[in-house]
Design a protein. Structure first.
Length: 245
């Protein structure tokens, strides 16, 4: 099984945690989709990550992939059993993928981390201020109401928990910390998710990626014990058309 996409992406991270929870062996091609080559376009026509290749099956979209893994493979459940709980879990995941995808990834992480590095484009200070002072606090006010007082949303860590924590990991990388005094339940919930071994492993990968040059990254990840694909769907020139989801 192969996952195409950098673990720094919250969408890729979600899939990697799901695979680890189910104990499924897999390799990772840790590309940034901006650098995907033409072969990448063939397996991901929207040029999004993650892509899961499981034998002859090629899947796009993190939600589709995780639901496939839950249906096709035994192991800890990624969605709760009760229909009402499953619906709530899917809605929380969708809220994160859509709203936090917009605010955290495109308006914050892309603007402060990716655009300057890939496209040499400096962030808009006023736009970033709106994200940090209005957009993210508004989202956190809603999430705080959903957050469990202890443990996880549905007893054990599942997809909705993973998804929320994954986006706020990117927010942290872009300099935004969830204020534990203002949003105590959310901050504690995220910390519990990050402490779970399956999630903590992705933080180890993230730290290697952020402290290693692109040229040396694959070998550094292999040296740390991660299974990295020998062949890559990455190229050397960034493309203009790229999404994540």
């Amino acid at each position: 099984m192969l996952v195409v996409g950098s673990p720094v992406s919250p969408y890729v991270r979600k899939v990697l945690v799901a695979l680890a929870m189910k104990g499924l062996e897999h390799e990772v091609d840790p590309i940034v989709p901006f650098y995907g080559n033409e072969a990448f376009t063939r397996i991901s026509p929207l040029r999004r990550v993650p892509v899961l290749i499981d034998g002859d099956l090629v899947l796009n979209d993190s939600t589709v992939i995780c639901e496939y893994l839950d249906e096709a493979y035994p192991g800890p459940a990624l969605l709760p059993a009760r229909p009402a709980d499953r619906a709530r879990a899917r809605w929380i995941e969708e809220y994160a993928d859509s709203r936090l995808g917009d605010v955290v990834i495109w308006r914050l992480f892309f603007a402060t981390i990716m655009a300057p590095r890939v496209y040499k484009r400096e962030p808009d200070a006023a736009a970033l201020a709106r994200v940090r002072e209005t957009d993210l606090p508004d989202a956190l006010n809603w999430i705080e109401v959903q957050a469990p007082e202890d443990g996880f949303l549905f007893g054990t860590m599942m997809l909705a928990d993973i998804t929320i924590a994954a986006f706020f990991r990117n927010a942290l990388l872009a300099g935004f910390t969830v204020d534990a005094a203002r949003w105590p339940r959310t901050a504690a919930w995220i910390a519990r998710v990050e402490a779970e071994p399956a999630f903590a492993d992705t933080i180890r990968q993230e730290q290697i990626i952020f402290t290693t040059s692109t040229r040396d990254r694959a070998e550094a990840l292999r040296a740390a014990g991660f299974r990295i694909a020998a062949e890559s769907y990455g190229g050397s020139v960034p493309q203009a058309r790229v999404l994540s989801g």
